[in-house]
Design a protein around this ligand. Structure first.
Ligand code: FAD
Length: 333
């Protein structure tokens, strides 16, 4: 991913699209068709494949990564969590990613480590599942990947513009609390930061400024990719923002509440809101985000309209055909 970003023209923007592995074969076929259309029409710089916490979707996530990386030849970033799953599963996932040609991993903690039963050597799982001794935080996974694979993988880590929340800390953790750990993850070898979804663009701008100016200096040039979730419905918006502790600024809420009984209108207003957010972030300086990550929820239409309207779809690469001395096509570049 970082090589691809470095190869872009200096002022070019880019975007990535995130997908989760469907549960059924039918869902998988539908997503295959959708992904083929989206890849051709939208040309994302890369796509992300999520990983169920604790490895719950490991086989399906790897199957989806095989589809995106191998069959569709899309640069793929495989998410990988490290708590509540055995080290064997982490090893297998990384090895399988390598076999598939996946070069990018988003290294995550996942759900908070389960209780002490996993630390009890007499527990039936103790021999099989030694994960919690190796992996407590995402930084442990970043270090592990670097130790085992050197620079083979480009590694991303999660950032939280509005702080972090999870079950292990009933109280919401502020950006101040989270920052030292983001410094640690970056020092351990992270190549880029991808953020939690947000609708408060000012909160993101403040976060990015704070990172860029951080005394450690580790965030000066690292790619920070803001995470955006297109609005698919009023209910989904309320649920996802509640779960991720993303705030809804008053003006955003007002505009959506005014149309909340009309699903199509919610989508239309949501598209306006997301396009405005992208425009605002494109206008940031020093240096401001170049890339945008979209949590698609495996849906196509709304994100397509946002990408087109926000002028994020890159031009198709022209095919140059050279002709031999007989005027016949020699090679396509
Ligand atoms: P960490 O960086 O380990 O941080 C977790 C919490 O612990 C933070 O509050 C941090 O401040 C604190 N902390 C970190 N290190 C220490 C330390 N040494 N001592 C004390 N406190 C510490 N989840 C999935 O299950 N599957 C996915 O595919 C997935 N994709 C995601 C994609 C993105 C872009 C984001 C932002 C999140 C994603 N998540 C996913 C959710 C993620 O797993 C959770 O948010 C999880 O609770 C924290 O993961 P982390 O990698 O940020 O953990």
């Amino acid at each position: 991913i970082t090589d691809k970003i470095a190869a872009l023209p200096p002022d070019a923007n880019y975007f990535s699209l995130e997908f989760f592995p469907p549960k059924t074969q039918q869902g998988f076929s539908n997503l295959h068709a959708r992904l083929s259309r989206m890849a051709q029409a939208l040309r994302p710089l890369f796509v992300n494949v999520t990983w169920g916490a604790g490895g719950s979707t490991s086989a399906k996530s790897l199957a989806l990564a095989e589809l995106t990386q191998r069959s569709l030849q899309l640069t793929t970033c495989l998410h990988l969590t490290c708590t509540n799953m055995s080290r064997r599963l982490v090893d297998e996932a990384l090895e399988q990613a390598k076999v598939l040609g996946v070069r990018n991993i988003l290294a995550l903690r996942g759900d908070p480590p389960r209780s002490d039963e996993y630390r009890d050597d007499n527990s039936p799982d103790a021999v099989e599942d030694d994960s919690n001794r190796d992996f407590t935080w995402a930084v442990d996974l970043v270090r592990y990947i670097r130790k085992q694979y050197g620079d083979y993988f480009c590694i991303g880590v999660a950032g939280y513009p509005e702080g972090h929340s999870d079950l292990s800390h009933p109280e919401h953790q502020s950006v101040e609390h989270d920052l030292p750990y983001l410094v640690e993850k970056t020092k351990a070898g992270a190549d880029f930061i991808m953020t939690q979804l947000f609708y408060d663009v000012e909160a993101y701008q403040q976060y990015e400024r704070r990172l860029r100016e951080h005394e450690s200096g580790v965030f000066k040039t690292i790619q920070i990719i803001p995470g955006l979730m297109p609005v698919q419905s009023y209910q989904i918006l309320r649920r996802t923002t509640k779960l991720s502790h993303a705030s809804l600024p008053n003006d955003v809420l007002k505009r959506l509440e005014a149309v909340k009984g009309d699903d199509e209108a919610v989508k239309r207003v949501g598209i306006d809101i997301l396009c405005e957010a992208v425009e605002k972030m494109k206008g940031m300086e020093n240096p401001g985000p170049r890339g945008f990550h979209f949590y698609t929820l495996n849906l196509e239409k709304v994100v397509t309209q946002i990408l087109e309207r926000a002028s994020l779809v890159p031009p198709a690469t022209p095919v140059v055909i050279s002709l031999d001395e007989n005027g016949l096509p020699e090679q396509a570049v």
